[in-house]
Write a new protein. Structure first.
Length: 94
């Protein structure tokens, strides 16, 4: 009888721990948050991951699109490509 109680208590504690871990995983954002602002002749897309500004995509009305990426300190570096790494998986392909 004691063995059954021990097994049941271990199973219940495992289920409760897994539920709290699952709830924590669901609370994390899967995709970056994007804020779109329009100013003058440009559109800005601010990409935030967990509330931290990672990069800004600048789309001018005239000219090519470029990205502003934070450097060490308060300066921003102008890049031609996005530096954000967002995981993408192909689950099925026809």
């Amino acid at each position: 009888m004691r063995h059954y109680l021990l097994v049941i208590s271990v199973l219940v504690s495992t289920v409760l721990l897994n539920q709290s871990a699952l709830a924590d995983d669901l609370a994390l954002p899967v995709e970056p948050e994007i804020v779109i602002r329009h100013e003058d002749e440009k559109t800005f897309y601010e990409y935030r991951v967990n509330g931290v500004l990672k990069e800004i995509k600048v789309v001018p009305k005239v000219g090519p699109t470029y990205y502003l990426v934070p450097s060490d300190g308060s300066a921003w570096i102008k890049e031609d490509r996005s530096q954000l790494l967002v995981p993408k998986w192909v689950l099925f392909e026809w």
